[in-house]
Design a protein around this ligand. Structure first.
Ligand SMILES: [Zn+2]
Length: 348
């Protein structure tokens, strides 16, 4: 189930809550030293302090230095000090974690996409910050590990985007060609898609895509565009539906899966953006493919946070098998309470 925005505000309103969540996510079996791997790690929580800082006008102001939650390796040769954000994208950012987490929840909850403008309004940050968040989070929305497609795969290309120009006849829209492959769903899992901007829908381009993404011997379905003409001779079982003869479906032979992905993508783009720069098209394709491929994922929020923090979808899969975002919140809270009780000398 997706995190609602209200839940997110409640569970991740403070830096402390976000850090506890990252800790539970990164070290489900207990904290390890990032340098030497030792499990002899002490937690240090520094107190909130204030520091004097001179501003641009030369005035001395007192600024708050928030309490920090750090880890110290107790291995004698190491003694490394680090935090739950060390080595992650969050470490290099001046933005509070609560803003990052809320931005992820906004995008995870959106059916289509969230523009930087909308994020600026919803998060109350400036446009540059919103743009940065938007793009970083999109980059974390990628399936890096889909592998070669097999079984039955539909291959197709379409044109998207561009500005309308009535003076042009043949290409009234200055459009970009986009190619896609869709592995049909089976008992083992739902259908999956990969899509890329391409120069043109021509034989070399489309054959290259098929070679790179589809296992030899696979059943391939395409329309009767001449770009696909030699697939059958090159090691795939190729079946054609003759769009030029107004034939759309012949039993199992059709390209309706990939075509419905195209219409989803186009509607999504129009819904969220006025015009999409061709330069960024691959990012939007990645994001929409990711949303599509993860449509049965029970916790998109956790998946994106994990990709942002660790950048490794494989580890996430192993982890999500036993933990969901809700469990992680509960676990993080339990650890946090236990520590506070210890500090307060509470016997419980
Ligand atoms: Zn160490």
């Amino acid at each position: 189930m997706a995190q609602s925005l209200i839940q997110t505000a409640k569970n991740f309103g403070t830096e402390e809550q976000c850090l506890a969540y990252l800790e539970a996510m990164r070290w489900p079996d207990g904290i390890r030293c990032l340098k030497c791997g030792s499990d002899k790690v002490a937690k240090i929580i520094t107190n909130e302090t204030t520091r004097e800082r001179t501003n641009r006008k030369g005035e001395i102001k007192e600024v708050r230095v928030p309490a920090r939650r750090l880890y110290q390796c107790n291995n004698d040769g190491c003694r490394y000090q680090y935090s739950a954000t060390t080595g992650t994208i969050f470490d290099k950012s001046h933005l509070p974690l609560a803003k990052w987490f809320m931005a992820v929840a906004l995008i995870a909850n959106a059916k289509k996409s969230v523009s930087a403008k909308q994020m600026q309004r919803d998060l109350g940050v400036n446009y540059r910050t919103a743009w940065f968040l938007d793009h970083r989070i999109r980059e974390a929305m990628q399936d890096g590990t889909l592998g070669l497609f097999g079984g039955t795969v539909e291959v197709d290309a379409t044109f998207v985007g561009g500005r309308f120009d009535p003076r042009r006849k043949r290409a009234a829209y200055d459009k970009q060609a986009v190619a896609g492959v869709m592995q049909r769903g089976t008992e083992d899992g739902p259908s999956k898609v990969k899509a890329f901007p391409v120069e043109r829908e021509i034989k070399q381009v489309m054959t290259g895509i098929v070679q790179d993404h589809i296992a030899p011997g696979t059943d391939i379905m395409t329309d009767d565009h001449k770009a696909y003409i030699s697939l059958g001779k090159s090691g795939w079982k190729h079946q054609i539906v003759s769009h030029s003869k107004e034939e759309w479906v012949r039993g199992q032979v059709h390209t309706q899966g990939i075509e419905s992905f195209w219409s989803l993508f186009k509607r999504g783009l129009i819904g969220s953006f006025h015009s999409v720069s061709v330069k960024h098209l691959h990012r939007y394709l990645n994001e929409f493919s990711f949303r599509f491929n993860q449509r049965e994922c029970e916790d998109l929020f956790a998946l994106i946070i994990m990709n942002l923090a660790i950048g490794n979808a494989l580890r996430y899969k192993a982890l999500i098998a036993k933990t969901s975002s809700e469990q992680l919140v509960v676990e993080a809270k339990e650890r946090y309470d236990a520590e506070r009780d210890q500090e307060n000398g509470d016997p419980q």
